[in-house]
Design a protein around this ligand. Structure first.
Ligand SMILES: Cc1ncc(COP(=O)(O)O)c(C=O)c1O
Ligand SMILES: N[C@@H](CCOP(=O)(O)O)C(=O)O
Length: 464
């Protein structure tokens, strides 16, 4: 297996190089050169397997033999031993044909742990084999940062710098990033929003001198390994509901488009998926694009689902690549327009291709609050605001296929919003109970590329 850039001007790479590269050298994102295929019989044969064993089968073609099978098996088993539920990602039934896939039983209570726990182990293994170190820089709207710090904190071969928007993450999210205490962890509160943080991260990757000097790597979903690991739970949940003999639909709370792109990948691999529904909060650029074909930035508003307060949805580029028939010139044109004028228009064929695979809807703040309240009343189930956005949007798509809503965060990460919506104050699980009392350590920096690069250069131990 090798991986190609969505912009077509970077060398194709094998699995390990793709993981270390993060973003391609031409500014594009890596995607598999072809989608591995699973026949209905091969999918059927996964029924009844554990989450870990399904993962080993689904992920094997992507590794392409670059990590020896027994080693990869150990990494997978160690990664999911950190989860507090035997099923790793259990399904909970809310009503007839209606399910929540709980992705928040990992150490930081968000779906990011599913991929990050594996990515950290894979990266460590590759770096150790090569005798190298790496500097990891990540941008977060709240959850990726905590998951990355938890997964990479204390590791010998990496220093990790997480850029988060100052004052725009929940108090629990912030403490998960600022109280690690590990010497290789640096939490940077940036005076800006998530798009500013992610924009600077991409600029760092495109500053090749800096990138090479610090051996830059990324753990956002620009890194293919993040998407890859998230494909597994589409298989595991669909298998529990009768795949491949019964199609299943998914509604996914969406920001950076990584999670739902993993669903698209599962479909391309042969998993029968009826609908893939994009659910946004009030920052609805994806829902608007789906309707009009015009991707148009309008500024971000702060919501009770802060992790989805995103305008520049990085993985949408992977979809544009597929929807254009893998025409890298088309992707380059769209991305150049976006950079220049904050907008681009998807051509008719591309838009038809996207509409053939996806549906999309948005949830307003009152709709999210109402959904938290009514779901608690009707099903006795407490949603976090991100999952609630998806539950609201999914209501418009109830048909014959079971609908699986991706439960991306535990409600205790957003206690104020949940309490305001339904009067219940969700408590943190016991292993995190001291979190809010721990001492914080973080540095506030302006949204200024040179200042952030300078900070990273001075504090990394991987500089050449
Ligand atoms: C809790 C939560 N839900 C949903 C999302 C959106 O996921 P994605 O960015 O993969 O679309 C995020 C952040 O990305 C998140 O942290
Ligand atoms: N919502 C995310 C934003 C970054 O997403 P990623 O999946 O690209 O890492 C967050 O919580 O940080």
């Amino acid at each position: 297996m090798h991986y190609v850039s969505t912009r077509g001007e970077a060398p194709a790479l094998g699995f390990a190089d793709t993981v270390l590269a993060g973003l391609a050298h031409d500014g594009g994102l890596y995607v598999p050169a072809e989608w591995p295929q699973f026949s209905p019989a091969e999918i059927r044969a996964m029924r009844g397997l554990s989450y870990q064993d399904i993962g080993l089968r689904v992920l094997a073609p992507y590794i392409g033999g670059e990590i020896a099978a027994p080693v990869f098996e150990r990494l997978v088993r160690e990664a999911y031993a950190t989860f507090r539920h035997d099923a790793v990602c259990p399904l909970v039934q809310l009503g007839p044909n209606n399910f929540v896939l709980e992705l928040f039983h990992g150490p930081t209570l968000a779906f990011k742990d599913v991929a990050m726990q594996l990515l950290a182990r894979v990266m460590d293994h590759v770096l150790a084999e090569r005798g190298q170190r790496a500097t990891i820089v990540g941008a977060t709207s709240g959850d990726t940062g905590g998951a990355a710090i938890e997964a990479f904190g204390g590791r010998q071969r990496t220093d990790i710098f997480i850029l988060f928007p100052h004052g725009r993450v929940s108090p629990v999210q912030q403490r998960q990033m600022t109280t690690s205490g590990a010497v290789n962890v640096h939490a940077l509160a940036i005076e800006g929003n998530f798009d500013d943080c992610q924009g600077m991260l991409k600029d760092m990757f495109n500053d090749h001198a800096f990138r090479d000097r610090v051996a830059l790597s990324g753990v956002n979903s620009i890194n293919w390994a993040r998407i890859m690991a998230q494909i597994v739970y589409y298989f595991s949940s669909a298998l529990s509901l009768g795949a491949p003999d019964r199609p299943v639909s998914f509604t996914v709370p969406t920001g950076n488009f990584g999670d739902i792109f993993a669903g698209y990948a599962a479909k391309r691999m042969g998993l029968p998926i009826e609908r893939l529904v994009i659910a946004t909060n009030a920052n609805d650029i994806l829902a608007r694009t789906f309707k009009s074909g015009e991707y148009k930035m309008e500024g971000v508003v702060a919501t009770t689902s802060p992790s989805m307060d995103i305008q520049v949805s990085s993985n949408f580029e992977r979809l544009l690549f597929e929807a254009s028939g893998r025409k890298t010139e088309t992707v380059q044109r769209y991305m150049a327009n976006l950079k220049q004028s904050g907008t681009f228009t998807i051509d008719a064929a591309g838009l038809d291709a996207i509409r053939a695979e996806f549906d999309a809807g948005r949830a307003t703040e009152p709709e999210i609050a109402d959904t938290i309240q009514s779901t608690l009343k009707r099903s006795g189930y407490l949603l976090d605001p991100h999952t609630a956005a998806a539950v609201h949007v999914a209501k418009g798509y109830q048909d014959a296929a079971p609908m699986v809503i991706l439960g991306t965060a535990h409600p205790a990460k957003f206690p104020t919003a949940v309490n305001a919506a339904c009067g219940v104050l969700p408590a943190l699980p016991s292993w995190l109970s001291g979190l809010m009392e721990r001492e914080e350590k973080y540095t506030v920096l302006p949204s200024d590329l040179k200042m952030v690069e300078d900070y990273v250069s001075r504090h990394t131990r991987a500089a050449r």
